[in-house]
Design a protein around this ligand. Structure first.
Ligand code: IMP
Ligand code: MG
Length: 424
């Protein structure tokens, strides 16, 4: 069995879905292990754009089985809608999608709490996607949450819902309870054929020689609950080790970890972003890269490549290789910059060990690189890139202390090439 993990290594939207879709051509299984409908994974294939939120990005291949692990949150209404949309696009996957029965369920209450919390926080809001992710994960941690398997037991579910509302000091009338149970039973009728034991499937194939598994991360390491830019993070674990926690298939068994980085940096939502740029260059990049959130439509914040944060991410994920996406978006810029250190009160920091209250006040220290004019969208290998683009990639490798193995120069599957080794 061969297994590969694809991880977003900054604040999400690094182009993971395109890379997973590219690699899924040779995968038997594609597995999500964390996050939920807060993710927005965009794949462009054959003039058609698909935006996936909970369903793994391997779904476009007819022979790939897509698994959703126990660490993922499922919003029954939204996943049904996602399944229907794919069916409308003639993608048949009745036997190719399985959700672990332990997955957490997002309820309307969670979305309500998400919105209320954000309003309460006022200026210090997180800028969440509003999909109920924080409250649903918090409830699971507080052992008051609902799991997918609970939907099969209406009486048990009814008691759990009553406890949940009491826990949150929210009123739940008998009428509302009956309505919610009916809706969840309806969802269960639809979802039960897609529910099973993902942990068993993965561990059962672990010793089968010719099977391959691709683990698909959502969000990005700098949004990780423990190691991200807390408190401006998501509520799941977004690192290499999360693949084990979220599936029951130990991360120790994963053969290869690929970290995805965009050639520049973006962030949606609030929180520190040391290399953020506000000049017209940001607008140029936003337009060229279509940098608008796939889940919320929000314009993404744009910044230069942050070598400090990127190296931190490569290190805590123990990356085998890096993948650079959206290199084409930078074409036509005169100068490119990479942040090599943070300056705070005159002192240089090459690590992320600053307190959140200091992060907003740091000044990025940049190294400057030459840009290039040529259109690189059709480049098929590294040697076809202009020298400036090659130098830029090699500088990124030096910051990451990790070799780049794949480069994406456009949204289509074909606009991707591999790099075997670095030649100086
Ligand atoms: P939540 O995950 O909706 O609670 O949002 C917490 C933070 O993570 C916010 O800054 C969101 O914008 C960000 N976030 C959540 N999911 C994604 C994603 O898929 N891409 C980029 N940012 C995300
Ligand atoms: Mg996204």
């Amino acid at each position: 069995m061969a297994s590969t993990l694809v991880l977003g290594c900054m604040w999400g939207d690094e182009g993971k879905a395109k890379i997973v879709d590219y690699l899924a051509a040779s995968a038997d299984f594609v597995v999500r292990f964390q996050g939920g409908s807060n993710a927005g994974h965009t794949i462009v294939y054959g003039n058609q754009k698909y935006v996936l939120h909970t369903i793994p990005s391997g779904i476009l291949y007819p022979d790939t089985t897509c698994l959703i692990g126990a660490g993922v949150l499922v919003d029954p209404t939204l996943i049904k809608e996602e399944i229907h949309n794919l069916e409308k696009a003639n993608i048949d996957f009745s036997k190719r999608l399985l959700i672990d029965y332990r997955a957490g369920v997002v309820l309307p209450l969670h979305k309500q709490l998400d919105m209320e919390n954000e309003t309460k926080l006022k200026k210090s809001k997180i800028g969440t996607t509003g999909k109920g992710i924080g409250p649903a994960y918090s409830d699971l941690t507080a052992r008051i949450g609902i799991r997918l398997e609970d939907l099969a037991y209406p009486e048990y579910l009814s008691e759990r819902l009553k406890q949940l509302y009491t826990y949150h000091h929210k009123k739940l009338t008998d009428e509302e309870l009956t309505k919610q149970i009916a809706e969840l039973q309806d969802s269960w009728k639809f979802l039960k054929k897609y529910t099973g034991d993902v942990e068993s499937i993965l561990n059962d194939i672990a010793n089968i020689k010719d099977k391959s598994i691709l683990f698909e991360g959502a969000q990005g390491t700098l949004l990780d609950l423990n190691f991200g830019t807390y408190p401006y993070v998501t509520s799941s674990r977004v690192m290499t080790d999360a693949a084990g926690i979220g599936t029951g298939f130990s991360a120790r068994r994963i053969d290869k970890v690929l970290g995805i980085y965009k050639a520049y940096t973006t962030r949606v939502g609030e929180g520190p972003f040391p290399t953020e740029i506000f000049t017209d260059i940001a607008d140029r990049i936003r337009t060229a890269g279509n940098e608008y959130g796939s889940t919320t439509g929000r314009p993404r914040r744009i910044g230069w490549f942050d070598g400090v944060a990127a190296r931190y991410s490569a290190r805590i994920n123990a990356l085998d290789n890096a993948v650079i996406t959206c290199l084409d978006v930078l074409q036509g810029l005169d100068e490119l910059k990479i942040c090599s250190a943070y300056k705070y009160k005159g002192k240089l920091y090459r690590s992320m060990k600053l307190h959140p209250s200091q992060f907003d006040k740091i000044e990025p220290v940049y190294e400057s690189f030459e840009g290039w004019d040529a259109d690189i969208c059709n480049c098929k290998n590294k040697s076809e890139l202009p020298k400036a683009a090659r130098d830029y990639l090699e500088a990124i490798e030096d910051f990451l202390e990790t070799r780049i193995c794949l480069v994406s120069v456009g949204r289509e599957r074909e606009q991707t090439f591999t790099i075997k080794e670095r030649k100086r």
